[in-house]
Design a protein around this ligand. Structure first.
Ligand code: RIB
Ligand code: CA
Length: 356
């Protein structure tokens, strides 16, 4: 009898977005993941479109039971900048999905995060795949949040690599640097929720941050999509041999979605990054939250630049410890991208097979 392992309760904050949608599919496809709720933040596209995309993808995956909430629709202290050139005008590339039918939660995202953390103290892992607007508002509402959460895993920042938005800045932090600074401080040792805030029963752990240093090693290539499609029993474009004449559906809906969304994303990377493939930042972060052995981290002190003429949004990282500050972030410095890709193909391929 296979021992039943306890599932890992996960809250996801996303700005769905193509790679966000792959992370949602991976979460649904992972038996050890208890997807508690999903909160939506403006980023790749506006917050309402994020909420539409998030629900439509969860319905595609057969999970219309998951609570999806929307939060603040603009960054904390600056105008929203979206990236239609990267994810498409609606955020899912060339893909077309049926309009979402599941309702949007009546809860405001920051309130949902705080209420769920209070309801299950020390149990929840919050995985952020977007600008940190909602998380900043949540920790401003509840300074104890770092102790109430079991873990915080952030896809964001670039800790010793080039940026993808400005020369030294990564998108999620660049969209809302003020929120990122609030989060990195609040979850650090000097924050209200940190150890220095006094002895409490639940010692907070430092956030784990996966920046471009490791997420740009998670490269989805056409052959990966082909392998996933084969596992799902269809062609890379989602078409099913025989189609209606053989009594089957002509298309596998999840593979067709992936093919159309990733085609747009791979064309973008071909133009801007010199390869026909896609950095799948968000699924790697989600996978590392479920299996920390996928990454190796180093504890360092990180602060966010807010006043730089050229560097606002940079995650300034004190690798040589010249500041003398205690570490406030566990930064991922290595990732087992091969094991991750194999797992992604296997799990999402099996999910697609089951939804054919
Ligand atoms: O820089 C990569 C991050 O920005 C990913 O989360 C991607 O979805 C975009 O939001
Ligand atoms: Ca994202």
């Amino acid at each position: 009898m296979k021992e039943a392992h306890a599932r890992i309760p996960i809250l996801v904050d996303c700005d769905t977005g193509i790679d966000d949608s792959l992370a949602l599919l991976y979460a649904v496809a992972s038996p050890e993941c208890e997807l508690v709720a999903v909160t939506c933040t403006a980023g790749n596209v506006d917050a309402l479109q994020v909420a539409e995309n998030t629900r439509a993808v969860l319905e595609l995956a057969g999970r219309c039971d998951v609570e999806v909430a929307i939060g603040r629709e603009t960054p904390l202290a600056r105008a929203l900048v979206t990236t239609p050139e990267t994810h498409g005008p609606r955020g899912i590339g060339y893909a077309e999905l049926p309009p979402a039918t599941m309702p949007l939660s009546a809860r405001y995202s920051p309130d949902l995060i705080v209420e769920e953390a209070r309801r299950r103290p020390g149990e929840l892992t919050l995985v952020t795949l977007a600008p940190l607007t909602n998380v900043a508002l949540a920790v401003l509402r509840e300074p104890e949040l770092p102790r109430l959460l079991r873990r915080l895993v952030i896809m964001g920042g670039s800790y010793r690599s080039a940026g993808n938005t400005a020369p030294t800045t990564e998108w999620n932090v660049n969209v809302d640097p003020e929120s990122a600074k609030i989060v990195f401080e609040a979850f650090g040792p000097t924050g209200k929720g940190g150890p220095a805030a006094g002895d409490r029963s639940i010692a907070p752990t430092r956030p784990t941050a996966l920046g471009l240093d490791v997420t740009e090693r998670a490269r989805m290539l056409p052959e990966h999509l082909a392998a996933l499609a084969a596992r799902a029993g269809c062609a890379p474009d989602g078409s099913v041999a025989g189609g209606p004449s053989a009594g089957g559906s002509a298309v596998n809906p999840i593979v067709r979605y992936l093919a159309d969304a990733l085609r747009f994303y791979m064309e973008f990377h071909s133009r801007y990054d010199g390869f026909y493939g896609a950095f799948i930042h968000d699924p790697l972060a989600l996978a590392a939250a479920l299996d920390p052995t996928l990454v190796r981290t180093e504890a360092v002190s990180v602060d966010v630049e807010l006043g730089g003429r050229l560097t606002t949004g940079e995650t300034v990282t004190d690798w040589r410890r010249v500041w003398g500050h205690p570490p406030n972030v566990d930064v991922a410095v290595e990732a087992d991208s091969g094991r991750f890709m194999d797992r992604f193909i296997e799990r999402v391929g099996d999910l697609a097979a089951g939804r054919s």
